[in-house]
Ligand binder design. Structure first.
Ligand code: PEP
Ligand code: MN
Length: 367
C-alpha cells in the first residue's frame, strides 16, 4: 500500500508527525519513505510494506498529511504504475524534465574517439540549440581485442567541451561502480560544467551489483537498457533494483531484442512496446534506433531505416531518443556502420519534431 502525501508537505509539521506516528503503530507493517523532487514541487510517498490486507484504507486516507492511498502489487513496487493514471511520472535533472509527457533527444558519439570529434559533435548540437548528447567513454565490446573506449582519460575534455557548448546532460554507459566514482571525480575537477546520465547497457541488465550501486547513488539519473535476451518482466525488475535502493530517476530504454527473426536489422525492433512500458510503469521511455537497426541503410523512399523506426517510436509516445552520430562514420572506432552523419542531424531533428507533433495530434484524436 502507498500513501501519497500532500505536495511539499513539511516534515516538521504536526500533520506529518501525526500521520507518521499513526502509520508506525500499524502492527506488522514496515514503512519506507520516498521523496521525488520535481521542478515545482516535492512529492513524498510512504510505502506500507508487509501484510497490508488488514489495513483499513479509509483510516489511512483520513490521516492529515495524506492526499490519497493506492493499493500496489509486489511487482515494480516503486516504479510501477499500479493502474493509477494520476501519479507523477519521471523527474527533473539539471534543468531538464524527463517524464512520460516530454521528449528529449540525445544524438552523439557511440564512443568518444578524439577531442576534435567530440567538439564537432557538440558544436553542431549547440548551433541547433540542442543541450543533450551521448558520449560513450566505457564500451562493452564483444571482442576483447576491439577498442574498449578511452575510459576516464577522455572525461576531462568531454566535460570541458560540454560546458563550452552549453550541453546540460551527457549520457554515458558504466560497466562497474568504480566508473561512477571516476565520473564523479572528473566532474568535480572540471567544476561541474555539465550533468551526466548513467547508462546501464543491455549486457548488464542483470548485473545486480551494478544496478544496486547505481541505485545507491542519487546524484545521477540512470538509463537502463532492456536486456536483449531476457523477458520484459526481468528487464523491468532490473530498474526496480535502482528504485529499491532509493534512486527513482530511472529511464527505461528499448533497444531491440536479439533474434535471427530481427534480420536484416541488427536486433528485432521493439518500439511497439513503448505504450506498454508506460502502462506498466511511471518511467519515461527511451528508444535507441541505432543499436536496434544497426545500419545506415536507406529505404527506397529515401528515408534512413533509423529515421523510420525513430518516427515509429515517437508517434507511439517515446520520451527520449538515444542515437549514434559521427562526423565521419567510416572512421568511427565503434559502431560506425550505424552512425548517422553530422550533416544529417538537422534533417533528423526536423523529422523527430514532425513525429512528436503527430503524436500530440494523435492524443487529441483519442482523448
Ligand atoms: C550503447 O548504447 O553504446 C550500447 C552499447 O548499447 P546496448 O547496451 O543497447 O548494446
Ligand atoms: Mn554502440
Amino acid at each position: 500500500m502507498l500513501a501519497i502525501l500532500h505536495p511539499n508537505v513539511d516534515e516538521s509539521s504536526d500533520e506529518y508527525k501525526l500521520t507518521w506516528e499513526t502509520l508506525e503503530r500499524l502492527p506488522g507493517i514496515d514503512l519506507r519513505i520516498h521523496t521525488i523532487q520535481g521542478k515545482e514541487q516535492k512529492l513524498t510517498e510512504i510505502y506500507l510494506l508487509g501484510n497490508t490486507q488488514a489495513i483499513d484504507i479509509e483510516l489511512v486516507n483520513a490521516l492529515p498529511a495524506v492526499e490519497r492511498v493506492v493499493r500496489i502489487s509486489d511487482e515494480y513496487r516503486v516504479l510501477g504504475r499500479h493502474a493509477d493514471t494520476e501519479r507523477q511520472t519521471g523527474f527533473s535533472y539539471n534543468g531538464i524534465d524527463f517524464n512520460q509527457e516530454t521528449l528529449n533527444v540525445f544524438p552523439g558519439l557511440c564512443a568518444v574517439d578524439n577531442p576534435d570529434n567530440v567538439e564537432l559533435m557538440m558544436k553542431t548540437l549547440h548551433e541547433l540549440g540542442h543541450t543533450t548528447t551521448r558520449m560513450g567513454a566505457y564500451k562493452p565490446r564483444t571482442n576483447p581485442y576491439s577498442f574498449q573506449g578511452h575510459g576516464k582519460e577522455c572525461l576531462p575534455y568531454v566535460f570541458e567541451l560540454a560546458g563550452k557548448y552549453g550541453i546540460k546532460v551527457v549520457a554515458m554507459e558504466v560497466m562497474d561502480s568504480s566508473e561512477i566514482d571516476e565520473i564523479d571525480d572528473a566532474l568535480e575537477k572540471a567544476g561541474h560544467p555539465t550533468g551526466v546520465m548513467l547508462q546501464i547497457g543491455t549486457r548488464n541488465s542483470q548485473n545486480f551489483a551494478l544496478l544496486k550501486a547505481a541505485g545507491r547513488q542519487h546524484k545521477y539519473p540512470v538509463l537502463v537498457k532492456r536486456g536483449f535476451g531476457i523477458t520484459l518482466n526481468e528487464s523491468l525488475n532490473a530498474t526496480e533494483y535502482l528504485a529499491s535502493e532509493g534512486n527513482t530517476q530511472v529511464i527505461f530504454c528499448l533497444r531491440g531484442m536479439k533474434s535471427e527473426f530481427g534480420a536484416p536489422h541488427r536486433n528485432m525492433v521493439d518500439f511497439g512496446h513503448v505504450p506498454i512500458i508506460k502502462r506498466l510503469t511511471r518511467m519515461p521511455v527511451c528508444i535507441d534506433p541505432s543499436h536496434s537497426v544497426g545500419t545506415r541503410a536507406i529505404a527506397p523512399d529515401g528515408i534512413l531505416d533509423i529515421a523510420h523506426v525513430t518516427a515509429q517510436g515517437i508517434t507511439a509516445g517515446a520520451n527520449m531518443v538515444l542515437v549514434d552520430f559521427h562526423p565521419n562514420p567510416e572512421e568511427a572506432l565503434v559502431d560506425g556502420a550505424q552512425a548517422l552523419k553530422l550533416t544529417e542531424l538537422s534533417q533528423y531533428l526536423e523529422d523527430v519534431n514532425l513525429a512528436w507533433n503527430t503524436y500530440k495530434k494523435r492524443l487529441a484524436i483519442w482523448n
